[in-house]
Design a protein around this ligand. Structure first.
Ligand code: NAD
Ligand code: DAU
Length: 350
């Protein structure tokens, strides 16, 4: 059977790496990237593959039923890899409804289209929902998130993602829709919008602006290089068992403040600044409301069952990432205007 895959959110951070992975690795697949190009979507992320014969871009909303209908009709999708979402926790605290709409209604709109077009003929079909470890809530000092950990979302963002995961499972259970879900930890790497910790702080260090550390800075995240996430999605799409969940993580926990100090050291070195000068930019600011203390993934299921594990060490990944932002000032300049400036002012100056 020939593969025709709808990838949603393919102009965003992770989505663009997933689109590149599929378009270049599978030249005989048809890959359709549906993206609304919100503030977080950027076609400049995909210029290297935009002319490939197996790649098609469609600007549109995952909540637009008629458009999704037309696309299913035209491309006869055998699979959906669903990444489109509102993805930033701080924005979800300011505007929860936007997250409910895109992350829940958008997901259900796609599920309805898949259900309608596949119409019980599920052989060779797959709805792949890309989710987050934040659905599991917050860990104490010990323990790891397992696929069996109970859901306990704490922010409007994670509540919307948890709800969308439940809808995907409900469509599998009720209508037999073939699906797979992955819950991944924090990604870092090229093309991430500079509202998230790593690109924001790289940008601020470069510009010698303050580094706003939330609370005591002792919050912990498990970091994964984005291209390793894209490779995990490829592995799960092709080899994952139906109706299963796989956790994806970097086996790589860092307290924010330790990570920030490491970034300062690497950047002082790269920018020829005196040792310790960027650390002086660190400023403790009011904490994020409801801030989850610690996330950490047990990724042994995907490792044992599908043979995936991170290929890039954190040292290599940070080096590649910081190098990429320093070499792509134009990309950064283009995204740090307009909506970004208004957001930055309201998040950090008020
Ligand atoms: P992102 O914010 O960088 O990109 C989201 C993309 O979705 C953008 O291109 C945007 O234009 C598009 N989009 C938003 N609303 C849309 C709509 N209504 N219709 C069509 N397109 C729309 O997000 P990201 O960080 O790349 O995350 C991608 C997915 O991975 C999300 O589902 C997120 O929950 C999940 N995830 C992210 C991380 C992370 O660390 N960034 C970790 C685990 C899971
Ligand atoms: O765990 C996966 C999740 O990781 C994804 O589902 C989300 O889409 C993604 O945004 C990310 O969520 P986080 O909230 O963990 O990422 P963020 O980069 O916003 O923050 C990382 C940590 O750094 C967190 O503890 C908050 C802190 N932080 C963040 C910013 C933006 C600061 O201290 N200061 C800041 O200015």
């Amino acid at each position: 059977m020939s593969h025709s895959i709808l990838i949603t959110g393919g102009a965003g951070f992770i989505g663009s790496h997933v689109v590149r992975e599929f378009v270049t690795k599978y030249p005989d697949y048809t890959i359709v990237n549906l993206d609304l190009l919100t503030y977080a979507g950027n076609l400049a992320n995909l210029t290297d593959i935009e002319n490939h014969a197996n790649y098609h871009f469609v600007k549109g909303d995952i909540m637009d039923e008629a458009l999704i209908e037309r696309l299913f009709h035209k491309y006869k999708f055998t699979g959906v890899v669903h990444l489109a979402a509102e993805s930033h926790v701080d924005r979800s605290i300011k505007d929860p409804l936007a997250f409910l709409n895109t992350n829940i209604l958008g997901t259900v709109t796609l599920l309805n289209a898949a259900k309608k077009h596949w119409d019980g003929n599920f052989e060779g079909k797959r709805f792949y929902h890309v989710s987050t470890d934040e659905v599991y809530g917050s860990l104490g000092a010990e323990g790891l998130f397992l696929e069996t950990t109970s859901y306990d979302p704490q922010s409007p963002y994670s509540a919307s993602k948890a709800s969308s995961d439940h809808f995907v499972r409900a469509y599998g259970n009720t209508y037999g829709l073939p699906f797979v879900i992955t819950n991944c930890s924090n990604n870092y790497g090229p093309n991430q919008f500079p509202e998230k910790l790593l690109p924001l702080f790289i940008h601020n260090i470069q510009e010698q602006k303050t580094l706003p550390v939330y609370g005591d800075g002792k919050y912990t995240r498990d970091w994964l290089y984005v291209i390793d996430h894209a490779k995990a999605i490829d592995a799960v799409y092709h080899k994952g068992a139906n109706a299963e969940t796989y956790n994806i993580g970097g086996f790589n926990e860092w307290q924010n403040i330790e990570l920030i100090k490491l970034m300062c050291t690497i950047m002082d070195n790269k920018l020829g600044r005196s040792k310790g000068s960027s650390e002086e930019l660190i400023t403790y600011v009011t904490d994020r409301p409801g801030h989850d203390r610690r996330y950490a993934i047990d990724a042994s299921k995907i490792k044992t069952e599908l043979g995936w594990e991170p290929s890039v060490t954190f040292e290599q990944g940070l080096e590649l990432t910081i190098g990429w932002y320093l070499n792509n000032e134009e990309w950064l300049k283009n995204v740090t205007s307009g909506d970004y400036l208004a957001y930055y002012d309201s998040q950090y100056n008020n």
